[in-house]
Write a protein that binds this ligand. Structure first.
Ligand code: CO8
Length: 285
């Protein structure tokens, strides 16, 4: 008789919709727990805390699958990405898995291709970073649209200490975020960047006490999810283009997107609602 091996636990957990936090005891009127969710917000958690959420190939595959599925769901308006446990967002690529790779093997299998699937997600993404975001973990956080950092967060690209360089965007995204001088110093020495310094250099959107990082990221996600989704996606596209295009081309793209939004019902509704002094009701079309 053959015995089936137990299925491995998933490396990535998805909650959509996200249950709302319990109301304050003296707060809002009581509702059934099933009634309250954070509208349009998904929470994706990398769940390998024993290895500081190290990103092996299976984890990245599962992450890309989860993010693509949420991206295809029009009900999902904003995604928060975090790491399980209190020690790390993600401590980088899985060094155990990577140690015996060969150049020929990497060229043939192109493992970074799966990382590109994550960067292509168009739904706004927010990294909620607690603890270490190193190497591929820092690159993953930077490929999100925003980073909310705990005051115990530590960012860094320590790959040089392993005899390599960042390979999933670190040399490009860190340089664009911090400028050449700081990126050179960090990548050439592998020095970690504490949260306060990361905020001072513009890497993170918000810096909050460690135990509030997830709540703060979800709060930010609720605010984004409440905005008209076509305008939000257009804004993300235009801001991302600022990282890649010469100013003239970026301005031209912005102008075309601006004009295009006048083809949406949400533009009509948004401006009419302002003039009628009432809240807008977004349709996403
Ligand atoms: N890969 C594999 N295992 C890891 C990793 C990692 N990146 N990080 C931590 N672990 C494991 C440790 O081996 C240890 O396992 P065990 O309990 O079996 O010994 C466990 O996690 C706990 O680690 P520590 O005891 O070291 O925990 P600490 O809290 O003391 O320290 C640190 C946490 C500072 C994060 C430390 O573990 C560390 O320095 N980790 C390595 C960080 C690093 O160098 N990251 C860069 C990796 S290279 C990279 O990311 C290239 C990106 C390109 C993508 C490649 C795609 C194929």
């Amino acid at each position: 008789m053959t015995q089936s091996t137990p299925a491995e636990p998933p490396r990535v957990r998805v909650a959509f919709p996200v249950p709302a936090p319990a109301p304050e005891p003296a707060g809002r009127p009581e509702q059934g727990p099933e009634a309250r969710t954070l509208d349009g917000v998904a929470l994706v958690t990398i769940d390998r805390p024993a290895v500081r959420n190290a990103l092996d190939a299976a984890t990245i595959d599962q992450l890309a699958d989860a993010l693509e599925a949420l991206d295809a769901d029009p009900a999902c308006r904003c995604i928060v990405l975090t790491g399980a446990g209190e020690r790390a967002f993600a401590a980088g690529a899985d060094i155990r898995e990577m140690a015996d790779d060969t150049a020929a093997g990497l060229l043939a299998s192109d493992p970074f291709a799966r990382w590109e699937r994550i960067a292509r997600v168009r739904t706004p993404t927010i990294a909620a970073v607690r603890g270490y975001a190193l190497g591929g973990g820092c690159e993953l956080a930077m490929s999100c649209d925003m980073i909310v950092a705990a005051d115990d967060a530590v960012f860094g690209q320590p790959e040089v200490r392993l005899g390599v360089i960042p390979g999933a965007g670190g040399t490009q995204r860190l340089t664009r975020a911090l400028g050449k001088a700081k990126a050179m110093e960090l990548i050439l020495t592998g020095r970690n960047l504490p949260a306060a310094e990361a905020e001072a250099h513009g890497l993170v959107s918000r810096l909050v006490p460690a135990d509030q990082v997830l709540a703060a990221a979800l709060d930010l996600a609720v605010q984004v999810a409440a905005m008209p989704p076509l305008a939000v996606r257009a804004a993300v596209e235009a801001i991302d283009a600022a990282q890649e295009l010469p100013l003239r081309d970026g301005l031209a793209l912005e102008r075309r997107l601006f004009y295009l939004l006048f083809a949406t019902e949400d533009q009509k509704e948004g401006m009419r609602a302002f003039l009628e002094k009432r809240p807008a009701r977004w349709q996403g079309r």
